[in-house]
Design a protein. Structure first.
Length: 191
């Protein structure tokens, strides 16, 4: 699959099969994030990979899931992520463009994961105090984003829709995500 196909097919996945993800793949996903562009090449991001079942369960309890369709968008037993990648910001290395750095890193993770048949989604609704304790994160690091990962347990479809932003889950447990049509967002030469 080429990169444009991956970009166009990738959707957020929030329910997962319970097959473990190999350490080699998890390491490769972090390597892809590490190689993302960053402002002034300060390289302020570091990553924690969580795959231990007990720790995964503790992390899961401290995240917010699919707010538009809560609580049915929250994974149930047998659907929870089998791994997580946390994106941490080293505050001493961060620039005012840190949001761009984080976005590039998590998109690289998501695209690389998709190429391996693995789904995920960025989550920023995190009980950071509890997660800091669970993962022993030093104070000089900010916990920014977490990517829950697993082999996808549902489908997710993009649908042209300029009227709504709320995604929904159908009777089969698949997600439908409105996206503004290209014709509504593209402008050539001037607005």
């Amino acid at each position: 699959m080429d990169v444009i196909e991956i970009i166009k097919q990738r959707r957020s996945i929030r329910k997962f099969k319970q097959d473990p993800i190999d350490d080699k793949i998890l390491k490769e996903l972090v390597d892809c994030a590490r190689l993302a562009p960053c402002a002034s090449n300060k390289q302020p991001l570091e990553f924690i990979v969580v795959k231990d079942k007990e720790t995964c369960e503790k992390v899961f309890e401290n995240l917010g899931w699919a707010s538009y369709i809560s609580p049915k968008g929250t994974p149930k037993e047998g659907e929870k992520p089998t791994a997580y990648i946390f994106i941490l910001v080293n505050k001493q290395r961060a620039t005012k463009w840190i949001g761009h750095d984080i976005g590039a890193a998590f998109e690289n993770i998501l695209l690389a994961a998709w190429s391996k048949g693995i789904g995920g989604c960025p989550i920023v609704t995190i009980n950071k105090k509890n997660v800091r304790e669970i993962l022993n994160v030093p104070d000089e690091y900010e916990i920014d984003t977490v990517i829950p990962l697993g082999y996808k347990g549902h489908e997710s479809f993009a649908e042209n829709n300029d009227e709504k932003v709320e995604y929904y889950m159908d009777e089969n447990g698949n997600f439908h995500v409105p996206k503004r049509p290209l014709e509504k967002v593209i402008h050539f030469d001037k607005f």
